[in-house]
Design a protein around this ligand. Structure first.
Ligand SMILES: [Ca+2]
Ligand SMILES: [Ca+2]
Ligand SMILES: [Ca+2]
Length: 447
């Protein structure tokens, strides 16, 4: 690999955390990669993946990386920002203002271009941040330092943790998404193409001088991801051919893997046979990445999100997610009920079909115990959760006749809930104490 502009990492002092506003969450457009258990490319030995997974439809963009920086790089402990992001010719994409502790970041020009000047470690921290639900805070365990990768500075060859939700693609995951297409579904005779463009022919037009305006060394910069001049692969990814090189999870000596070529490289770098590697701290104007998504995140069974409330004094202080749910297409409504008080309100944050957190908008007052939080269900899933423990039923009976209140779980065996009583008026109200789901009640006349 040649002509890569490299720059050493730089460190910044740690300062006190400054509380920030919650940032809007980003969405990663992804495509599912099925045909699990496919064989490897017989020519190269890559591309076999035993499981279903998802992969980013596009390279990670300047907009997405800027949201990441604003969430976790007010103090940039691990150098997620590189000053060349704002100043390097052809790339100028993200500028930084403020001082360490209060840094803020903004996009210059189109935010739909791929981010560059990201090391393997920066990329790993980005996927950790996605794994952790896009939190805001210092670069620490729970934000950038744990998740798909357990990071410890920028010096080690780190492997992916079991239980990852978002990750860098393994080399096989990246390769399959780029080059695989089963013969039975229109693919090449050995199920793999030579280029990520569903073709064995170099992806340039003979109409262009020097081979192509896309892939020749004459191109001056990276293009918007998914722009029409970049053809998609079989699974629906864009720009695995060119635009920017993409980090993958492969360990090659003391280096990490890259594939796909970039805007300033010749066309052969896009071939399935072309494997590349660099030291993981490398950063350059032609290097970016895309993310892999675990099938558990991609192919969820839609269900309702759950959260619990905690009180401080007599107000609702916080809502903690127990289950992020899945299958949401719109941000669900949130209701806070019971607990003896009133007035507490919250809103949901949603990303990638799940509820990533609740923000308390009013604490309310008068709460004596933690109220119930009901988050609306995703489409086609019934919303459940009205916690009823007592039902009062008023009915007409015969005065001076005796009755007993009975309960049953199967409508066959009935058990008295208390002693028989004599009706003293034609209309009585009886309280049914419900202590288990699926319970039936009846009022029966007895001698
Ligand atoms: Ca960096
Ligand atoms: Ca082939
Ligand atoms: Ca690319």
């Amino acid at each position: 690999m040649k002509n890569v502009y490299l720059r050493g990492l730089f460190g910044l002092g740690l300062t006190a955390l400054t509380a920030g506003n919650a940032c809007a969450l980003i969405t990663i457009d992804s495509v599912p990669v099925g045909h699990a258990g496919n064989a490897a490319d017989p020519t190269t030995g890559y591309g076999a993946v035993e499981y279903d997974y998802g992969i980013g439809k596009y390279e990670v963009t300047l907009d997405q990386y800027t949201a990441f920086l604003n969430a976790v790089a007010k103090t940039d402990t691990y150098g997620l920002y590189n000053e060349d992001m704002s100043s390097f010719p052809n790339i100028t994409g993200i500028s930084r203002s403020g001082a360490s502790g209060t840094y803020s970041y903004s996009v210059n020009g189109s935010g739909n271009r791929p981010v560059t000047f990201v090391s393997w470690y920066d990329s790993a921290r980005f996927v950790n941040w996605l794994h952790n639900g896009q939190p805001t805070g210092l670069q620490a365990v729970g934000t950038t330092e744990s998740g798909a990768y357990t990071l410890n500075g920028n010096t080690e060859l780190i492997t992916r943790n079991a239980g990852w939700k978002y990750s860098l693609p393994s080399e096989d995951e990246w390769y399959k998404a780029a080059y695989h297409q089963p013969l039975s579904l229109g693919g090449d005779s050995d199920n793999y193409w030579l280029y990520p463009t569903r073709s064995n022919m170099p992806p340039y037009s003979t109409n262009n001088v020097g081979g192509s305006t896309i892939y020749s060394s004459g191109q001056q910069d990276a293009a918007d991801v998914g722009s029409s001049r970049w053809v998609s692969g079989f699974y629906g990814t864009f720009d695995q051919a060119g635009n920017v090189w993409e980090w993958n999870d492969a360990t090659i000596g003391s280096d990490r893997g890259l594939r796909g070529g970039a805007w300033d490289f010749i066309v052969d770098k896009m071939r399935s046979s072309d494997r590349c590697n660099l030291a993981p701290a490398s950063e350059g104007n032609v290097i970016g990445f895309r993310v892999a998504i675990n099938a558990s995140e991609l192919f969820c069974s839609p269900h309702q999100a759950k959260a619990i409330a905690t009180l401080v004094g007599n107000g609702v202080d916080a809502a903690t997610m127990l289950d992020s749910g899945c299958g949401y297409t719109n941000t669900p409504g949130v209701r806070i009920i019971g607990g003896g008080g009133s007035g507490a309100t919250a809103t949901a944050n949603m990303a990638n079909g799940s509820v990533t957190g609740l923000i308390m908008t009013r604490a309310g007052s008068g709460y004596t115990n933690a109220p119930k939080i009901y988050i609306e269900s995703p489409p086609f899933v019934p919303t459940v959760g009205i916690a009823v423990s007592r039902v009062n039923v008023t009915q007409r009976v015969r005065v001076n006749h005796n009755y007993v209140l009975e309960s049953s779980f199967d409508l066959v065996g009935w058990t008295p809930t208390g002693p028989a009583f004599k009706a003293d008026s034609e209309e009585i109200t009886t309280e049914f104490v419900v202590n288990q789901a699926g319970q039936f009640f009846r009022l029966r006349e007895v001698p």
